[in-house]
Write a protein that binds this ligand. Structure first.
Ligand SMILES: [Cu+2]
Length: 322
């Protein structure tokens, strides 16, 4: 679906940078050792005593002392020990670099993993400024973000490779991960712990905005849902409450207060629907509402039985929820 950077080799934050650097040490060192071991194996095979059907192998050398070989083995042991200690030191330094991110003035987000989508609640000391969205985080460039990871059903795992490493969302045991995006852009993440049938359709986008863009986005997300502007959208708003939708979905500022599904207050502002399953276009949204199971079998939204004009009205209404 909608792209975005998903690449440990293209870090967009200090921590991903530190992890990439460690990789750039680990990969060449391990490759050289691996190749050296293979070369040694082939040399040993070539030099091994040969035998045919008629002659026994000449193993007389086994009973003689071989000082050159003993030196080679000792050299190998010492080189391995030094390299392993070096790698240990490199990973300790990386760990410290990861932990050293300054956290003053951090943005706090509570991220909950559900089968198979993400809920994000943006915290604020003033309760009226807290808002909820789904499957898409916006963060300001240059400002640290502390994400509290909560598992709602099974274990999921947060992983946005261009920003940081992985951390699990464990039911009953919230923990935090903090990162900072240093370049504006769209960074793709995906659940990294197998969590059931639609695990592969559990994508999370992190959009790093300039501080101004972020403030604008957050102000819009904080606002209650737009009032329906046309007669069709008005009809859609009423149908949304009459049909089953409001049992699961919330639209802030309306009677829809369901808590088991993505908050739809600003659904039209998101890039995708179904946690990265489909681009958020008018036609995709209509097809999804009618039959989500066709795109995401097993997802916790049942296929809906509704007349085409009802679907058009509901979809028109959702389209106004910018
Ligand atoms: Cu998963």
């Amino acid at each position: 679906m909608t792209g975005g950077l998903h690449d440990v080799e293209a870090p967009a934050g200090a921590q991903a940078q530190a992890i990439a650097q460690l990789w750039h040490v680990l990969l060449p060192v391990c490759t050289i050792v691996f190749v050296a071991v293979l070369v040694a194996v082939f040399v040993a095979l070539r030099r091994a005593p040969r035998a045919t059907r008629e002659t026994a192998p000449d193993v007389s050398s086994l009973s003689q002392p071989e000082p050159a070989l003993a030196r080679a083995v000792w050299a190998g042991v010492i080189v391995c020990a030094v390299l392993l200690l070096g790698l240990l030191a490199a990973s300790v330094f990386t760990d410290r670099a990861l932990a050293r991110l300054p956290l003053e003035d951090a943005l706090h987000i509570r991220l909950t993993g559900y089968q198979w989508w993400w809920e994000a609640q943006y915290d604020d000391p003033a309760p009226s400024r807290i808002f909820t969205t789904a499957n898409e985080l916006h963060v300001p460039v240059g400002r640290p973000v502390i994400v509290t990871l909560v598992g709602a059903d099974v274990i999921h795992s947060f992983w946005v490779p261009s920003l940081h490493g992985k951390k699990d969302l464990i039911p009953g045991r919230p923990q935090t991960i903090s990162f900072r995006a240093d370049r504006p852009g769209v960074y793709r993440g995906t659940c990294a712990e197998y969590c059931g049938y639609q695990h592969a359709h559990m994508v999370l986008y992190v959009i790093a905005d300039t501080p101004n863009d972020f403030a604008y986005w957050a102000a819009r997300q904080r606002a209650p849902a737009a009032k329906p502007a046309s007669a069709l959208a008005q009809q859609g708003a009423e149908l949304f409450l009459q049909k089953s939708c409001a049992m699961c979905h919330a639209i802030d500022g309306t009677g829809a207060q369901g808590r088991n599904a993505p908050n739809l207050t600003h659904v039209a502002s998101r890039m995708t629907i179904g946690a990265g399953t489909l681009a958020n276009s008018v036609t995709n949204r209509a097809a999804w509402i009618l039959d989500p199971q066709q795109f995401k079998p097993g997802a916790n939204m049942p296929s809906q039985n509704m007349a085409p004009d009802e679907l058009a009205a509901i979809n028109a209404y959702l389209g106004t929820l910018q």
